[in-house]
Design a protein around this ligand. Structure first.
Ligand SMILES: [Zn+2]
Ligand SMILES: [Zn+2]
Length: 266
C-alpha cells in the first residue's frame, strides 16, 4: 500500500532535511536568540562530522533500520503486529514507542561512561545552533543504528513508521537546536507536546546538573513522566554557559580533537 511512497525514501529524507535546515537557518537569521557562534572551524567540523557519519553508516553497517524494517514487515515479525488494532493506530503506537526508546538511549548515553565518551562530542560544542543538530561522533551514530536495528527486530514496526520516525527525528534534531527566539507563550504551549529549542538548550548547560535534564527529542512527555523535566535554566538563556566541563571552545571546534575525544582521558 505504501510501495510508491517507500520508493522515494532517499528523496524524502533529503527534502525533509534540506527544507528544515533552510527554514531554521532563516529563523535564526531573523530572530537570533544568543550571539551567534559562526566560527569557520566550528561550522566546518560540524559539516565534516555530518559527511563522515553518513559514510560510516554506509560502510560499517551491513543493513540500516529502514531496510531491516522492510524484511521484518514482510515476515510479520516483532511485538507490534500482535496488537489487535487498525494499521493507522499501530503506526502511531510505533512512533510513540520508538520515541520512548530514543529517550531511554539518550539517558543511557549520559549515564554509562563508555557511551558518554562519544555523546560528549555533541555536548562539547560551546555554541548552540542548527548545526549542533548534526554534530555527533560517528561512534554514536553507529551505536544508535545498532540500537535501532535491535528495536526493529523486537518491535516489528512497519517500514513506513521507521521512515517517518527517522525523518521526524532528524528534523527535530535541527529544530530543537535552533538559536532562535520563540514567543514564551507559544513555547509553553508547544512544550506540552514537543521539545522546543528553549527546552533542549537547558540540556546543553554547563551549570550544575542541568545537562541531566530534558533528554527528550520529539515528545516532551518522557521528561515529565520520568522526572527529568526542567522548565528554565538557572541563568537566563542569553547568558547560559554552554558546553562540556574541561573542554575549551578551541578543541570543541577542532575536527580531529572531536574525532579522537572518546580515546582521551578527562
Ligand atoms: Zn545529551
Ligand atoms: Zn543537543
Amino acid at each position: 500500500m505504501f510501495d510508491a511512497f517507500l520508493r522515494f525514501e532517499p528523496e524524502m529524507r533529503l527534502a525533509a532535511f534540506g527544507g528544515t535546515l533552510t527554514a531554521i537557518l532563516l529563523w535564526e537569521f531573523l530572530a537570533t536568540k544568543r550571539p551567534a557562534e559562526w566560527r569557520f572551524e566550528r561550522t566546518l567540523t560540524h559539516l565534516l562530522l555530518m559527511i563522515v557519519n553518513s559514510l560510516a553508516l554506509r560502510l560499517v553497517m551491513p543493513i540500516l533500520a529502514f531496510e531491516l524494517a522492510l524484511h521484518v514487515e514482510a515476515r510479520q515479525m516483532g511485538l507490534l503486529p500482535l496488537i489487535p488494532a487498525p494499521t493507522f493506530a499501530i503506526f502511531f503506537i510505533s512512533l510513540i514507542v520508538l520515541d520512548l526508546a530514543i529517550y531511554a538511549q539518550h539517558v543511557i548515553f549520559h549515564k554509562i561512561p563508555f557511551f558518554w565518551r562519544f555523546h560528549r562530542v555533541h555536548h562539547a560544542d560551546t555554541g548552540f545552533d542548527v548545526t549542533t543538530g548534526f554534530r555527533f561522533h560517528p561512534g554514536e551514530i553507529v551505536f544508535s543504528m545498532i540500537y535501532k536495528l535491535a528495536l526493529v527486530l523486537l518491535l516489528g514496526p512497519s517500514a513506513v513508521a521507521v521512515l517517518v520516525f527517522e525523518i521526524l527525528l532528524s528534523s527535530a534534531s535541527l529544530f530543537t537546536h535552533a538559536n532562535a527566539h520563540m514567543p514564551r507563550r507559544l513555547d509553553s504551549l508547544l512544550r506540552w507536546v514537543i521539545v522546543t529549542p528553549d527546552m533542549h538548550r537547558i540540556h546543553h548547560s554547563r551549570q550544575g546538573n542541568e545537562a541531566l535534564t530534558n533528554f527528550g527529542f520529539n515528545l516532551s512527555l518522557w521528561d515529565r513522566i520520568f522526572g527529568t523535566y526542567q522548565t528554565d535554566p538557572s541563568l537566563p538563556h542569553a547568558e547560559m554557559d554552554i558546553g562540556s566541563q574541561n573542554i575549551s571552545a578551541q578543541s570543541a571546534a577542532s575536527f580531529t580533537a572531536m574525532l579522537t575525544l572518546p580515546i582521551h582521558k578527562d
